[in-house]
Design a protein around this ligand. Structure first.
Ligand code: NOJ
Length: 594
């Protein structure tokens, strides 16, 4: 424990406050709903749209601005909805189009915007277009909607190139002709049941303009674009022996020694000829125009595993999308220097194109951050954890997760939350192998992503913790989830839920989303200091507590501060503090130890 407060100094500002017309998406906190696992209204153990509508009050009380719904369209659910068979209808397991309309209405009544998922890189193999393509001859217009090719080798017995699927195994599958003879091959960058569309075909472009208008006409406020960096493939489909994945620890090249600039060089798997081709940008300029027909407040957010950050910023140029997920931030470790490097670079590159920077720590594809931060790596986009693996330190993970969230919510721009994180929910790491359903498992993709998709707990004492009226749940919920149930946390000031509510309210009150960012250099390697408007933020990523300098009035901390009899206040290790300056010079000029 150090008895003296570290010296703190202001550095140059990183970004200035946003001026001019503010759209909601410049600053919004957007809550991701994974419909299968949010709330089940009909008792079949799968979440559904009426279940979500009935629980929208939770989001409005929490204090978010919008929700993003993962896919609820007609789908055989081979990739839990990211395999769409009909882009203009709702799958019966989730409800009906009328249920979607009712959800939109209720959300809007509550002042919540609604972003829906769009999956344009591939369809389901059950899509009528793919069925027609299989039935049609090579070279036919039906086949031109997808990526069909003749095989290599004497009898076409080898795939057209050596590409691997993101989910493992070859990215090509051979078809069988009507007479039973082996036919052409089709490309699927993901699962065999997710054939890639041919975006060189104008018919596809027209179809997706129409799909955008279909949902805009129903009142949606924006779209999250799945695999936004994958739709255009390099001419000639050249061989590429790499394996791309939604990032993993090994791929990112991150180590314990990750330094301030480490994330700049993270390889997010975009090096292959199927990723980040210049031609994708034409599609987004086109869609920008479609959204503009409905006003300036509609938005597109790119899910693009692209690096380095300046490449990602191309997706959010003024005439393209409005936002792109910042996965470099998600993949960071709980390390002051590394976080500072990623934050600074993210803000700077987005400023060059005038786009809001986004921040995200968890989603339905990665290990929940309350678990990641409790692993020896202290974060990074780690591989899923299974029952036979070393288990995370749940207490430390949650403590750091709250600290990381408080840091994130102080940053200017737009932030994404994933359902359950407001409860401090950990990953279900002990899910037995035989209940796991992620299609990546069958393709050699390890443990899959089920651990972050387990239905969330609402009521500690109810069957399936209030997820479903019958107590059914498509994935078993760990017993410990009862402790995290919403009703067990409501009204308890120490709970993670009440902590999120306070943070979200203050983020709004202090207009942090549209604020500017300045670093406050702190003479301590584990402490990240920043200012956003009046607010001073200190994130202590080390284990040792630090004494707060005088002249700071604590507003909110991720864990209780330690007050000593002599009036000294300490910020514990693995904690973040929001404070106001009570002496104007704090954080503005050199501030010495006492
Ligand atoms: C990204 C989605 O987030 C993920 O869940 C899905 O499996 C792939 N794209 C393929 O659509």
């Amino acid at each position: 424990m150090s008895a003296t407060a570290p010296a703190i100094y202001t550095t140059q500002p990183v970004s200035v406050p946003r001026t001019g017309t503010l759209q909601w998406w410049h600053t919004a906190v957007i809550y991701q709903v994974y419909p299968r696992s949010f709330a089940d209204s009909n008792g079949d153990g799968l979440g559904d749209l009426p279940g979500i509508t009935a629980r929208l009050g939770h989001l409005s009380r929490l204090g978010v601005d919008a929700l993003w719904l993962s896919p609820f369209y007609t789908s055989p659910q081979a990739d839990h909805g990211y395999d769409v068979a009909d882009y203009r209808d709702v799958d019966p397991i989730f409800g009906t189009l009328a249920d979607a309309d009712a959800l939109l209405d209720r959300a809007h009544q509550l002042g919540l915007r609604v972003v829906v998922d769009l999956v344009p890189n591939h369809t389901s193999d059950a899509h009528v277009w793919f069925q027609q393509a299989l039935a049609a001859a090579p070279g036919s217009p039906e086949r031109e909607r997808y990526m069909f090719r003749d095989g290599r080798g004497e009898a076409g017995e080898l795939p057209p190139n050596n590409w691997e699927s993101v989910f493992g195994g070859p990215a090509w599958t051979r078809t069988t002709n009507a007479d039973g003879s082996p036919g052409q091959w089709y490309l699927h960058i993901f699962d065999v049941r997710q054939p890639d569309l041919n975006w060189a075909n104008e018919e596809i472009r027209q179809e997706f303009r129409d799909v955008l208008r279909f949902w805009l006409d129903r009142g949606v406020d924006g779209f999250r674009v799945d695999v936004a960096h994958g739709m255009v493939k390099e001419e000639g489909l050249p061989d590429w022996a790499g394996h791309s994945a939604m990032i993993s620890e090994a791929e990112s090249g991150e180590t314990e020694e990750s330094g301030p600039d480490a994330q700049d060089d993270v390889d997010l798997g975009n090096a292959g000829p199927m990723w980040n081709q210049p031609g994708v940008h034409e599609i987004y300029r086109d869609w920008h125009g479609v959204l503009a027909e409905y006003g300036a407040d509609k938005m597109l957010v790119a899910e693009a595993w692209v690096s380095p950050l300046p490449e990602l910023a191309k997706y959010v140029r003024p005439d393209e999308m409005q936002q792109a997920f910042n996965f470099a931030f998600l993949a960071s470790h709980w390390h002051a220097g590394e976080l500072r490097g990623v934050i600074e670079h993210s803000v700077q590159v987005n400023d060059t194109v005038g786009a809001p920077t986004t921040w995200v720590l968890s989603n339905h594809d990665v290990v929940r951050h309350a678990t990641r931060f409790g692993l020896p790596s202290a974060g990074g986009n780690v591989e899923p954890v299974g029952p036979d693996d070393r288990q995370p330190d749940a207490e430390l993970g949650l403590r750091r997760a709250r600290a990381a969230t408080l840091l994130m919510l102080a940053l200017p721009g737009s932030a994404y939350l994933y359902q359950g994180e407001e409860l401090g929910l950990p990953e279900a790491t002990r899910l037995p192998f035989d209940v796991r359903q992620d299609p990546t498992i069958a393709r050699g993709g390890g443990l899959g992503r089920d651990g972050c998709r387990v239905p969330i707990p609402w009521e500690a004492a109810a069957p399936s913790f209030g997820f479903s009226p019958t107590g059914e749940s498509w994935l078993p919920q760990p017993e410990e989830y009862g402790r995290y149930a919403l009703d067990a946390q409501k009204g308890d000031p120490a709970s993670t839920y009440e902590f999120y509510r306070r943070a979200l309210r203050m983020r709004r009150d202090y207009a942090l989303g549209s604020g500017g960012l300045a670093w406050i250099d702190v003479d301590h390697p584990d402490v990240l200091g920043l200012a956003n408007g009046e607010l001073v933020v200190l994130a202590n990523t080390g284990a040792e507590q630090i004494r707060l300098p005088e002249g700071l009035e604590p507003l909110l901390s991720s864990i209780e501060l330690d007050q000593h009899g002599d009036g000294a206040i300490f910020l514990p290790g693995d904690a973040t503090l929001w404070a106001l300056r009570t002496q104007s010079e704090v954080g503005r000029k050199p501030f010495g130890p006492d």
